[in-house]
Design a binder for this molecule. Structure first.
Ligand SMILES: [Zn+2]
Ligand SMILES: [Zn+2]
Length: 258
């Protein structure tokens, strides 16, 4: 039983064959997918809910990506609070800071990140954190706003942030990046994350793992990242799948629906 803890099933690149690729995921042993509700911007944060409603084993989040922080209006936080009450919505996010692309001004990114953390705390939901080249500010905001629980998704930062994330009680999720030969330092971090704090994801349609690198990514490919993580950690794929699925359940407590 594999769990893809982070997918963008609403993505336009899946429009033509969404049902088929969800079926392929099932056929590959994926038994849960969390589809991320950021869509094309804040107005679209409910995008994951229709897919989650269509499949008992697909769940959704709602959030505002740091790229879209400059598009945020006050009403979007009210929208988020309302949508988060949907039974298939398990988390707030992805939210955080992206200083690599700087698509929104950094002070605006920080303010929106704080607001999403506050809302998650109010609703008692876990947060999905996206952070890129913003290690110091991410940690500072989490410590200032905390307590929060959640996951650092698509982890590609350094060991100091990994240590801080674990110390603050967060889980760490690895995407196809960890399989790239250029990401040895990420693999080294993945080797050392405690077994009860590890998650695996695709972040599809982006970041397909080796041997699919460069292609459109999809949830079925999570098995390749899981296999790589199992090898690095010296355990079987089955054990890795079990551990990461149990961690997912513990963090997100998905309310199973018929
Ligand atoms: Zn992300
Ligand atoms: Zn994402």
């Amino acid at each position: 039983m594999l769990t893809d803890s982070h997918a963008h099933l609403d993505d336009a690149r899946f429009a033509a064959d969404r049902e088929a690729l969800i079926q392929r995921a099932w056929d590959s042993g994926v038994r849960r997918i969390l589809t991320i509700g950021i869509g094309t911007g804040p107005d679209d944060m409910g995008c994951g809910i229709p897919v989650a409603e269509a499949y008992a084993w697909v769940f959704a989040s709602v959030g505002i990506h740091p790229h879209d922080a400059s598009k945020v209006e006050e009403r979007h936080f009210e929208m988020m609070e309302q949508l988060a009450k949907h039974p298939k919505v398990l988390a707030i996010g992805e939210t955080g800071l992206d200083y690599h692309y700087d698509n929104s001004p950094r002070d605006v990114q920080r303010e929106v990140f704080r607001r999403e953390l506050q809302l998650a705390a109010k609703l008692d939901l876990p947060v999905i954190i996206h952070t890129r080249e913003a290690d110091t500010d991410t940690e500072e905001i989490l410590r200032a706003v905390g307590p929060a629980r959640g996951v650092f998704h698509c982890f590609s930062s350094g060991p100091a942030l990994a240590e801080a994330a674990l110390e603050m009680g967060f889980m760490i999720s690895f995407s196809g990046i960890v399989t790239f030969p250029s990401a040895r330092s990420v693999a080294e971090i993945a080797r050392n994350v405690p077994a009860d704090r590890l998650l695996v994801e695709t972040d599809c349609p982006y970041l397909a793992p080796v041997p699919h690198r460069g292609k459109r990514n999809e949830p079925a490919f999570v098995v390749e990242t899981a296999r790589f993580l199992a090898d690095v950690r010296g355990i079987t794929l089955e054990q890795l799948a079990l551990e990461t699925s149990e961690n997912f359940t513990r963090l997100f407590s998905p309310r199973e629906t018929a």
